[in-house]
Design a protein around this ligand. Structure first.
Ligand SMILES: NC(=O)c1ccc[n+]([C@@H]2O[C@H](COP(=O)([O-])OP(=O)(O)OC[C@H]3O[C@@H](n4cnc5c(N)ncnc54)[C@H](O)[C@@H]3O)[C@@H](O)[C@H]2O)c1
Ligand SMILES: [Zn+2]
Length: 377
């Protein structure tokens, strides 16, 4: 699997045949956003037919004044924007909020030539993307992610969706964007905890695919935490290349290749379910603990040595991420895992490391080993 590069150094291509699109990683060039969108649309069925855009954002970004530069850039490119501001947070990934966006589009008599721009974190990307996937049976979508997690993960790959009150992400679609515009300058205002959560996914890419990247992260901790623009751009870009390559090899999660992105997530989802969503653990924090726990499981299978677990835990801790989650009942965690969608015919499946940079999907982990790992969480 080779990194997906485009001719332009700032861009990464997600190669999906007729649905191929560019992920552009820039630092503070919002004036060029309009031209990027026009070019991206030209590569889709919509061509130059989009004259209107619905910009979906949340109130944190609106309070920071982020949307105005994006609106101006769209207008300058001949695409007239209207912005709808959603409440921030996971609760906006609801049928009710999707309904508000449908109402807005219908009230404007929007047809399938309306562009949806998702300007925000993963919540806005998933919600606006879901509306784009379903309104008029699918309208063009451009992602402009503003959290580290959205930039390195959720904006790429075409998974969009909302939550059911009883099940997260259960209502959704695959709807690839026409393009992804990442301005790393937006990260300047990101709360520290959100930055760290994104870093958990960045570390994950190193473990699953790229040992050199992992070593670069180890060397760059201080500059990354100081949000040094060039270093941030580099790690975002590298993460996008790695995610793009995985998505290109398994667009709809059919060959099993895309499953490697779930490293750390089997345990993480159980932690989130038992600790309560929006509780003590943010997703990235649960992933950090989950990666350490699942690596311990790999030690028990004889796949790796203990020193690898320690190396991973050390890096996560330096990024200010937790590596333990004491106080959670191991039996409840195991139950939550068995309920999770990643069990296959009653067997627990894990993506476990063979080394830094290489993982394998397995159902060989015995329940007693899983239990032992959960007990030492
Ligand atoms: N579709 C996928 O493939 C995929 C992958 C991973 C995660 N997700 C989803 O992503 C969501 C989490 O995304 P998230 O972590 O970005 O959360 P989020 O969208 O809730 O953003 C986190 C917080 O940061 C604020 N924020 C956003 N950008 C900001 C900025 N530049 N400056 C200051 N504050 C800013 C938001 O208002 C929010 O309060 C979850 O719903 C998860 O299910 C989807
Ligand atoms: Zn994740």
């Amino acid at each position: 699997m080779s990194p997906q590069k485009s001719a332009d150094d700032s861009g990464v291509l997600v190669q999906l045949g007729p649905r191929t699109y560019e992920v552009k990683v820039v630092t503070g060039q919002t004036a060029q956003f309009g031209a990027f969108v026009k070019e991206a649309l030209e590569r889709t069925w919509a061509g130059s037919s989009c004259r209107r855009a619905l910009v979906v954002t949340d109130s944190h970004l609106a309070d920071l004044g982020v949307p105005s530069a994006y609106e101006a850039a769209l207008a300058a490119a001949g695409i007239s924007p209207e912005t709808v501001i959603m409440p921030p947070g996971e609760r906006s990934k609801s049928l009710e909020c999707a309904g508000q966006l449908y109402d807005f589009l219908v009230s404007r008599s929007a047809d399938r030539h309306v562009l949806v721009v998702a300007l925000g974190g993963g919540v806005i990307g998933d919600l606006a993307g879901f509306v784009a996937a379903t309104y008029a049976r699918g309208v063009p979508l451009v992602m402009a992610p503003t959290t580290l997690l959205a930039q390195v993960d959720s904006a790429i790959g075409g998974k969009v969706g909302i939550n059911h009150p009883l099940a997260k992400n259960i209502i959704g679609a695959f709807h690839q964007p026409a393009g992804v515009w990442i301005d790393t300058n937006t990260l300047a205002s990101l709360p520290e905890r959100e930055l760290r959560c994104g870093l958990a996914e960045v570390v994950k890419y190193g473990v699953i695919l790229d040992q050199d990247f992992f070593a670069e992260l180890e060397q760059g901790v201080d500059l990354i935490l100081a949000r040094q623009p060039q270093v941030i751009r580099q790690i975002v870009r590298r993460s996008c290349q790695l995610k793009a390559a995985v998505v290109a090899s398994d667009e709809r999660e059919e060959t099993g290749r895309r499953a490697i992105l779930n490293f750390g997530h089997t345990v993480a989802h159980a932690i989130e379910a038992v600790a309560g969503y929006g509780g003590a653990f943010e997703h990235g924090e649960a992933v950090a603990v989950g990666m350490v726990a699942e690596s311990r499981l790999a030690v028990r299978l004889g796949w790796i040595g203990q020193e690898l677990v320690e190396r991973l835990a050390r890096l996560l801790a330096r990024f200010g991420l937790p590596t333990h989650a004491p106080g959670l009942d191991p039996r409840r965690l195991l139950e939550a895992m068995n309920c999770d969608k990643k069990t296959d015919r009653g067997k627990l499946r894990f993506v476990l490391p063979r080394s830094i940079g290489k993982v394998e999907l397995t159902d060989l982990a015995r329940e007693q080993d899983v239990m032992a790992v959960l007990e030492s969480l």
